[in-house]
Structure formats: C-alpha cells, structure tokens
Design a protein around this ligand. Structure first.
Ligand SMILES: C[S@@+](CC[C@H](N)C(=O)[O-])C[C@H]1O[C@@H](n2cnc3c(N)ncnc32)[C@H](O)[C@@H]1O
Length: 251
C-alpha cells in the first residue's frame, strides 16, 4: 500500500515538477512565510556539509552553495526534479540521489552539519523512519530545519473571506488529489497533527530548538490584502500561519 502510494506520488511529481521550478526554496520557507533572512535559523553555512531532503528544482541547494557550503547533497524521488536540479546546479558540484526520503540508501552517517527540507517532509509515507534517518545523517551537534504547511492550515477553508474549519483536525487521514496542479495524476499524503511532527522528532532523538508558526514576510506586512478564498493567500496568511518551520538539533 505504501509502495503504491510512493509510486503514485513519484509519477505525480514527475508530472507536476515544472510547476515548482524555483518555488518553495531557500531563502523562502514557503508560501507567505517569513524568509531565512528574517528568521536566521541557520548559522554560518561556510564550509558546512549540507543535505537537502526533497531538493526539488535545486534552488535551495544553490542558495547553500552561494553561502559557501563545502558539500552539497540531496535526495528527491523524482527523476524530473533531479534533471531540473542538475541544470540549476550546473556551476556547483552536488551529490544528488533519486530516491525516496523514507528509504535507507547508504548516505553517510554522522556526516552532515545541516539537513534541511523546504516543503517536502509532509509527503513522506513514513515520518518516523524519515526522521530517524535524518538524525543518523547528522553529526553530533548538527541541525535539522524543515518547513511544511501548518498542520491546521489544510483544514481552514475560505468562503467570501469567511474562514471556517473544515473536516476534523483530530483525524489524521489521507489527503488525496486527483488533479494536482491540473496534471490529472493521483497523489496523496497523510494529514498529521502538530504533536505528531513534534513527537516523531523527539522519538528520533532530536532536541527541538525553535518552532515557528509563520507570519507574513516583512515585505508584505503593510500590504492590505484583497479578500481571497485561494488555498494560499495573503488574506488567509495574515490571519493564520501558512507554515510551520521547525529547528531541531542532534545533541
Ligand atoms: C515543493 S517540492 C520542494 C522544493 C524544494 N525545496 C526546492 O528547493 O525546489 C517537494 C519535493 O518533494 C519531493 N518528494 C515528495 N515526496 C518525496 C519522497 N517520499 N521522497 C523524496 N522526495 C519526495 C518531490 O519530488 C518534490 O521535488
């Protein structure tokens, strides 16, 4: 069942990849969220070894390269994304692996200063194994930072600007898409509560250092938004955090 879902999602991501070229990449943490320039969650990247989980179009890794990272590594299960990332990173040597984040593929253990993931972790079919692997990849003292939709956000629907709660936050069921980005592909991921993410980090051995429930970036703080019922909108993000951004360390 999990294999089937992984396969469907991989085929889906191959089809939708072109919609995400350069989207959801550092210094951004996600739609209508503050950026790394504002939050300063990473320390100095100079000479650090970094691993990107769900590297997508490779723009976050390119950001790391420009900050002086010593080694760029990444995992993403989409061949299409890997091809795009190779173009984005053509001026920088990078070790890119086409594989699911929830699988052991022999990446070096106790090796990385930073493992990070921008808007990809929620797609995992096995959160515990994914966090355990990430913990193993990090050196002692290494840092894991990830961003994803705030767990309550998918439950907030908007109708003529009135935001209301849809379905149950208590039920961590699957969220299915049959037409993600209009590409007629069947994909899906598990809805999880905030506590599920935090407890899975703790169970994997992490110490949680910071939890950000995003606000809008400073550049949009004074913009009066138009009423919008879109899934991501400034209107909604000014009322409720679009993203959660979590920093955890291996002590
Ligand atoms: C929104 S994109 C991330 C964008 C990326 N942060 C960037 O800098 O371009 C989500 C990525 O997660 C990848 N992905 C989804 N599920 C995955 C899984 N189970 N294992 C590995 N990669 C996965 C997709 O192929 C996609 O590239």
């Amino acid at each position: 069942m999990t294999e089937t879902l992984l396969e469907k999602n991989r085929a889906g991501w191959n089809a939708v990849a072109h919609h995400f070229n350069g989207q959801d990449a550092l210094p951004g943490y996600g739609p209508f969220a503050q950026t790394e320039d504002e939050l300063q969650l990473f320390g100095d990247i100079m000479n650090k070894k970094v691993l990107d989980i769900g590297f997508g179009s490779g723009h976050s890794l390119r950001y790391m390269a420009k900050k002086g990272a010593a080694e760029l590594w990444g995992v993403d299960f989409s061949e299409e994304q890997k091809e795009t990332a190779e173009i984005t990173l053509q001026d920088y040597p990078a070790n890119l692996f086409c594989a699911p984040m929830e699988k052991e593929i022999g990446l070096p253990k106790a090796y990385f200063d930073y493992v990070y993931s921008i808007y990809a972790i929620g797609w995992t079919t096995d959160l515990s194994t994914t966090f355990e692997l990430i913990y193993a990849y990090l050196k002692d003292g290494g840092t894991f930072i990830f961003s994803w939709d705030h767990p309550l956000y998918p439950h907030l629907k908007s109708e003529d600007g009135r935001i209301y709660m849809h379905a149950s936050y208590q039920e961590e069921g699957m969220l299915h898409f049959e037409n993600f980005k209009g590409e007629n592909k069947s994909m899906g991921f598990q809805r999880r509560k905030m506590s599920t993410y935090l407890n899975a980090l703790i169970k994997a051995g992490f110490t949680i250092e910071r939890v950000v429930e995003s606000d809008v970036p400073a550049t949009l703080a004074d913009t009066e938004p138009e009423v919008s019922d879109k899934y991501y909108s400034l209107y909604k993000a000014k009322r409720f955090p679009a993203a959660m951004i979590i920093k955890a360390v291996k002590k």
